[in-house]
Every structure is written in C-alpha cells, then in structure tokens.
Design a protein around this ligand. Structure first.
Ligand code: PLP
Length: 429
C-alpha cells in the first residue's frame, strides 16, 4: 500500500474512536517481523508487547503467512453449521490435545470478551443460576457480560448497568501462602453469609495469573483452594486464560502451572497469531447441555483463523517455544533484578515465563506510580523498544515479548529500558 503518511496522520486519526485508538504508544508502523516493528519514521523497534500477548510465535511468522494464503485460496468464510470444513474440525481436534484435563469441546468466537461471554452463559445455562463470582482487579473484557465480572478499572464500567456478579479480593502479593488461603476462606464465607445466596451462584471466574490488573502471580495452593471451594459449593470454575494461554507462562496454559483443571476455559489472543479467533472450552458432556441455537455466531471459527491456529500450534511445538519462554523468561527476570538494584523506582518484578510485570513506585513515597511508569514507557520508545502497561494506575510495565525472543534481544531491550529509567528518574527527582 503506498501511503502519504503525513496526510493520514494529520487528518485521519480523528476518524477512529478515541476509546480504542488513543492507547499507548500509538506507534505508526509499516511492517512487523519476528520481534520487531518497522516504523513510518524508518526506525526498527524491538517489540516487547507481542501486540498485547498475541504474536507468541513472532510477528508474521512465515508459516502463519503461508497458512493464511493457503486458506484464502480455498475458503475465506464459514459459517460453521451452514457448511462443514476441514480446518475447523482439525483445529478443534489438535487444540483438544493441548488443553488441560478433559477440556475437549469448543465454541469458537472472535475475541477474548466473546469467549468469556460464552463461558458465563454456559455456566448459567447448565446450573440454571444467575450469579457469578469474580475477583477484584480481574479483567475479562469490555462487553456487558464480561464487563459484569471485570473490575480492573472503574472507568470501564462507568454508566454501564452491569450486574449479576459478586467480587472478592484477588491474592495480595504481600501475603504469604498460609495467610492468603486463610483470607480466601474468610472472604468466601463472608460473601456467602452476607451478600450471595450460594444456591443462586453458578460459577467463579478468575484469571489464574492476574493480567490487566497488574501481573500478580498467586501461590499454587491459593488457586487450588479456589478449586476446592467450587467443588464444596457445587460451583463451576471458569479460568480466563485469554492472556496466559499458548505458552506465555512457559506452560501451555497457566492451569498447568497450578495443577488445576477448570470446568470451563476462555481462550483467545495468541491462538492464531493475530487472526481473530477465540474459544469457550468445556468438557463434551458439559457443552452438550447447550441446545442448538442457544448460543451461536456468524464468524466464529473462521477458516483462515483456524488454519493460522493450526500453524500456531505446530510452531509452538516445533520451535520448542514453551521451553524458550521458561529459559529466556528466567534470564530476563534475573537481568531485571539487577536493574531493580540500581533503580529503586522498580518496586517488584513479577515474572512467570515471558509474562513479566515491572512495578514502578514513586521514588519517595514508594506508592505505585503510573505517571512515572508512562514516562519510562515514552523514553523506552524513544530508545527503540515497546513495552505495554497494566495495573489499576498503569503502574506496572508489561514485558511480554514474542516467545521466540532470544537472550541477546532481551539484553538489547533491557539496555534501552535502563537508559529510559535513567532519563525518566533524572527528570522526576
Ligand atoms: N480476558 C483477559 C484475561 C484479557 O487479558 C483480555 C484482553 O486483554 C480479555 C479477556 C478480552 O479480550 P479481547 O480484547 O480480545 O476482547
């Protein structure tokens, strides 16, 4: 595409809804490849965002590009039900092989939020009960159903009449395992005593590792205790693995980290390396309780996305990317610890695989400092590396590079982050 960029950037951004298009860093790019973006300014940028945890196999992996081309030569649209096609059947079968436990039946949608909508609807349908319990700080999407269980930021819910959910606090990283479990039991007991009739509750929904809410990694026993509480109270457990899936944590899913199999799972993001697809996943016997048409979609399981999904699974296995996420993730965390020792504005490093949160705190008060974090992100971009952010105040820098990233690329990126920290802290102190 030949483009007069100056003209476009001057006139057209206002055509895009600011609610989606004014995010950070809004870098104008012409191309993506591997772990890099190529800017309109002719600069090459190291990408530690993976398009928000989507391009786990690297941007425009040649096998993904080929799969998309091959698919488009045959079929560009389903819809499943009107027609049957090979890619959706094969993809569901291959996916079943990597899902935890007996999660083997798929409702395909197009986005993370749709996968969560499906999960909530399925749980309510099966249990014939209206309420869901979610965790404060959790993020599950922005459509009305998923929003009803999302509490990472109040602005998402402003003026939106959401309901039929209760919240309890997520794991507090300052608690040790024993205290955390005692608190968890007390919080559920209090909820059931004062606010929620347990007979009315269908499910508990959670991110096994908190994402948008600030990259918090709970202890294994805490997550396992939630599974037990669900069993004791006849509640379905939904894991939202939209962000944690497909190797991000060094395992296929965070469920594998905690040895917990949920009843229903929501997956999306990295599934097909950028092609829009998601899935609500449940054991066959649970999914069968949804009668024809009670939940359906026009685009879900699109043939191009399914072919890209099959190629993504292949690449993750062939290139041993889960192992790379573990190894390079541990390396990055160790390097970040060194930066932390040098820059006290780094409050904590929270890392599992290549899902890494760098908490930024105010140099004097030690309180979470979103403004400083944003300043560091801006400087890092000037240095040539993209990071994203999370946390209630935007105080956590997310480092989520493609799982293909090498130690050398981590070194490059962290050198640039170090320079950004130097510049940003000089200005702010
Ligand atoms: N759930 C989690 C854990 C997410 O991180 C996200 C997106 O960031 C969503 C759901 C929503 O996904 P989408 O933006 O594709 O609707």
């Amino acid at each position: 595409m030949s483009t007069n960029w100056n003209n476009l950037l001057e006139k057209l951004p206002e055509r895009l809804a600011p609610s989606m298009a004014k995010d950070h860093p809004n870098l104008p790019v012409v191309k993506e490849e591997g772990v890099y973006y190529f800017g309109v300014d002719k600069k090459k940028y190291l990408d530690f965002t993976s398009g928000i945890a989507v391009t786990n196999v690297g941007h425009r992996h040649p096998k993904i590009v080929q799969a998309i081309k091959d698919a488009a030569d045959e079929l560009t649209h389903g819809p499943i039900g009107v027609i049957q096609y090979e890619s959706i059947l094969k993809y569901a079968d291959e996916l079943a092989n990597v899902m935890p436990g007996d999660l083997d039946c798929f409702f395909f949608g197009n986005s993370g939020t749709e996968a969560v909508e499906g999960a909530l609807k399925l749980a309510r349908h099966v249990k014939n009960k209206p309420y869901a319990i979610s965790f404060t700080g959790g993020f599950h999407g922005r459509t009305l159903g998923s929003l009803s269980v999302s509490t990472s930021k109040a602005k998402y819910r402003k003026h939106q009449p959401v309901g039929a959910s209760y919240q309890i606090p997520y794991y507090d990283p300052s608690d040790d395992e024993q205290v955390a479990i005692e608190k968890l039991d007390a919080q559920f007991n209090q909820l059931f005593a004062h606010a929620a009739d347990v007979e009315e509750v269908a499910c508990v929904i959670m991110e096994p590792v908190l994402g948008e809410g600030g990259y918090v990694i709970p202890p294994k026993r805490w997550v396992q205790r939630i599974r037990e509480i669900c069993n004791e109270n006849d509640l379905l457990l939904i894991f939202d693995e939209v962000q944690t899936g497909f190797g991000r944590t060094g395992e296929w899913f965070a469920s594998n980290l905690f040895d917990v199999v949920p009843d229903i799972m929501a997956i999306a993001k990295a599934m097909a390396s950028g092609q829009p697809i998601s899935a609500t996943v449940a054991p066959h016997k649970l999914m069968q309780q949804w009668p024809l048409g009670s939940h359906a979609t026009t685009y879900g399981g699109n043939p191009i996305a399914c072919r890209a999904g099959l190629a993504t699974l292949e690449i993750l296995k062939e290139e041993n990317l889960l192992q790379n996420a573990k190894e390079v993730g541990a390396y990055a965390a160790a390097q970040l610890d060194e930066l932390k020792a040098k820059y006290p504005v780094i409050g904590s490093i929270r890392a599992v695989g290549l899902m890494i949160g760098i908490e930024i705190v105010h140099p004097e008060s030690g309180e979470p400092d979103g403004e400083l974090a944003m300043n560091i992100l801006d400087r890092a971009l000037e240095e040539g590396v993209l990071f994203y952010f999370c946390g209630n105040k935007g105080e956590v820098i997310r480092m989520i590079p493609p799982l293909t990233v090498t130690k050398e690329q981590v070194d490059d990126g962290l050198l640039m982050l170090g320079r950004a920290l130097e510049r940003a802290t000089k200005k702010s102190t």
